[in-house]
Design a protein around this ligand. Structure first.
Ligand code: NAD
Length: 476
C-alpha cells in the first residue's frame, strides 16, 4: 500500500465552549437539580467540554416549556408557517455543515469523510423533506385533518448523533408537535450546536428543548406524565424497559432498536461490488450501525473467492485520526463500547471461530479496534446472535436460497438485510421471505428521507422517514 500524506480537516472551524447548559424555552440555562459530566474525544481521550446533566426538575422545566409552546404557538400555527421554520433550519444546517461535521467527528470518533459526505447531507435532507410535508398533512393519507399529538419526549443514541436528532425532530415539528430531546451522554455536542441553530432560525421558544444527561435523565423524561409521545432509538434492553414504563399510559410509543443483519452473497453476484458492499455494510461508522451487515452469508461455492477479496480489501482500510480526510475507519465511541466489542470478540475465539484482522497500527491513545472477521462461525455462536455494534463481521455459508433465508431469519432481530445477486427474480423471491424492515439489493446502508426505516421483532416498531414517519407524530 502506498503512503498518503496526511490530510487533516481543520478543527478551528469549531468554536467549542468550555461548558454547555441545558437548552430550555429558547435559552441555555444551568441545571437546577442536576450535575455535570464531560464529553471526550474518543480518538484522543481529550476532554472537549463540560456538559450539564439535567435532573428531574430540569426535565420538568423542559416539558413545561414544550407544553406552553405547543398550546400557545406551535400547535395553532398553520402548517405553511411551520414549514418556513423547518426550511430555514435546513438551510442553516447546510450553511454550517462543515462546522457540524467537524464537531460530530470530534465528539463521536467517526471519519470526517462520513460525517461530511453522509451524515450532514442526510440531516439537511431530512429537514427539507419534512418541511415539505408541514402544509400537506391532509394529503398524507391519515384523514382530512390529522392533528399533532402534543409534547414528544425523544431519546437518541450516540452512533449518528445529529442524524438521529434529525430523524426525530424534523417529522415531529412538521406534524405540529413540540419536543424535548435527550442526546446520548457520549455525544451531546452537535445537539447543542443544533440548539444554537434553532435560536438563529428564530424558532419560537420551547418548540425544541434539549436536555443532556445519561440514562437517569432519559428515564425521567420518558416517564414524565406531561409527555404525550415517546420516541426512542437505542438498545433493545432499554427499549424494553421504556415499553414497560409507557404501558398503561396514553402515551404513544415508537421504538427503533438493535439489529443483526444478514448480508447475503450469491455465487452469481459481481464479487468485487459485493466485497465493497460487505465492507460498507460492516465497517461504515466503525460498525456502530443498527442495520450493519454484521452477518455475512456467502454461498459456499464462492466463499473462498469472496473471503480472499474481502481480506485484500480490508488490508487497504485506513484506521486512524477521524479528522484525516483519508481515514476509512475512525475511533470506537467510548471505552465502554470498546470493552463490549472486545468481550464479544474474545467469546468468538473461545467458541472456536477463526479470527482475522489485517495488519494495522492503532494509535496509542483513544479507543480503537481493528477491522475484524470471524470465519467458521456457526449459528449457535454468540458472535452470530448478539449485536456487536463494532467493526466485526461473522462469516457463515449457505448452499441454497432457502437455506440463506432460514439462516438470515434465525435472529431475534429484524431490521435490515442485503442481497447480492445478478437475478432480479431472486431478489424479489428473497425480499418476500426475509423478515427485515429494510432489504437492500446489490447495495447496502443506503438511506433516504423519503424511505421509511424500522424493524420487526426485537428491532422495535414504528417507522421513521417518508410519509410513514409522520404517522408516529399524528393522532390518526
Ligand atoms: P442505549 O439504549 O444504552 O442508549 C440509548 C439512549 O437511551 C441514550 O441516550 C441513553 O442515555 C438513553 N437511556 C439509557 N437508559 C435509559 C432509560 N432507562 N430510560 C431512558 N433512556 C435511557 O443504547 P446505546 O448503546 O447508546 O446505542 C446503541 C444501540 O442503539 C444499539 O443496540 C443499536 O442497534 C441501537 N440503534 C438503533 C437504531 C435504529 O434505528 N433501530 C439506530 C441507532 C442505534
Amino acid at each position: 500500500m502506498f503512503e498518503y500524506a496526511p490530510a487533516p480537516e481543520s478543527r478551528s472551524v469549531v468554536d467549542l465552549k468550555p461548558s454547555y447548559g441545558l437548552f430550555i424555552d429558547g435559552t441555555f440555562v444551568d441545571p437546577t437539580d442536576g450535575g455535570s459530566f464531560k464529553s471526550i474525544n474518543p480518538a484522543s481521550e481529550e476532554v472537549l467540554a463540560e456538559i450539564a446533566e439535567a435532573g428531574a426538575q430540569d426535565v420538568e422545566r423542559a416539558v413545561r416549556a414544550a407544553r406552553k409552546a405547543y398550546d400557545k404557538v406551535w400547535g395553532p400555527m398553520p402548517g405553511r408557517d411551520r414549514a418556513k421554520y423547518l426550511y430555514r433550519i435546513a438551510r442553516l444546517i447546510q450553511e454550517r455543515s462543515r462546522e457540524l461535521a467537524v464537531l460530530e467527528s470530534l465528539d463521536n470518533g467517526k471519519p470526517i469523510r462520513e460525517s461530511r459526505d453522509v451524515d450532514l447531507p442526510l440531516v439537511a435532507a431530512h429537514f427539507f423533506y419534512y418541511a415539505g410535508w408541514a402544509d400537506k398533512l391532509p394529503h398524507a393519507g391519515f384523514g382530512p385533518d390529522p392533528r399533532p399529538i402534543g409534547v414528544a419526549a425523544q431519546v437518541i443514541p450516540w452512533n449518528f448523533p445529529l442524524l438521529m436528532l434529525a430523524w426525530k425532530i424534523a417529522p415531529a415539528l412538521a406534524a405540529g408537535n413540540t419536543v424535548v430531546l435527550k442526546p446520548a451522554e457520549t455525544t451531546p455536542l452537535t445537539a447543542l450546536l443544533f440548539a444554537e441553530i434553532c435560536q438563529q432560525a428564530d424558532l419560537p421558544a420551547g418548540v425544541v428543548n434539549i436536555v443532556t444527561g445519561a440514562g437517569d435523565t432519559g428515564r425521567a423524561l420518558v416517564e414524565h406524565a406531561g409527555v404525550d409521545k415517546v420516541a426512542f432509538t437505542g438498545s433493545t434492553e432499554v427499549g424494553r424497559a421504556i415499553a414497560r414504563s409507557v404501558a398503561g399510559t396514553s402515551k404513544k410509543l415508537t421504538l427503533e432498536l438493535g439489529g443483526k443483519a444478514a448480508n447475503i452473497v450469491f455465487d452469481d453476484a459481481p464479487i468485487d461490488q459485493a466485497v465493497e458492499g460487505i465492507v460498507n455494510g460492516i465497517f461504515f461508522n466503525q460498525g456502530h450501525v443498527c442495520c450493519a451487515g454484521s452477518r455475512l452469508l456467502v454461498q459456499e461455492n464462492v466463499a473462498d473467492r469472496v473471503l480472499e477479496s474481502l481480506k485484500r480489501r480490508m488490508a487497504q482500510l485506513r484506521v486512524g485520526d477521524p479528522l484525516d480526510k483519508n481515514t476509512d475507519v475512525g475511533a470506537i465511541n467510548s471505552a465502554a463500547q470498546l470493552e463490549r466489542i472486545r468481550e464479544l470478540s474474545d467469546a468468538g475465539s473461545a467458541e472456536g471461530a477463526e479470527r482475522w484482522s489485517p495488519p494495522c497500527e492503532l494509535p496509542d491513545r483513544g479507543f480503537w479496534f481493528a477491522p475484524t472477521i470471524f470465519t467458521g462461525v456457526t449459528q449457535a455462536h454468540r458472535i452470530a446472535r448478539e449485536e456487536i455494534f463494532g467493526p466485526v463481521l461473522s462469516v457463515l455459508t449457505f448452499r441454497t436460497p432457502a437455506e440463506a433465508v432460514e439462516k438470515a431469519n434465525n435472529t431475534p432481530y429484524g431490521l435490515s438485510a442485503g442481497i447480492w445477486t445478478d437475478k432480479g427474480s431472486r431478489i424479489l423471491w428473497m425480499a418476500d421471505r426475509l423478515r427485515a424492515g429494510v432489504v437492500w439489493a446489490n447495495t447496502f446502508n443506503k438511506f433516504d428521507p423519503t424511505s421509511p426505516f424500522g424493524g420487526y421483532k426485537e428491532s422495535g416498531y414504528g417507522r421513521e422517514g417518508g410519509r410513514h414517519g409522520l404517522e408516529g407524530y399524528l393522532n390518526v
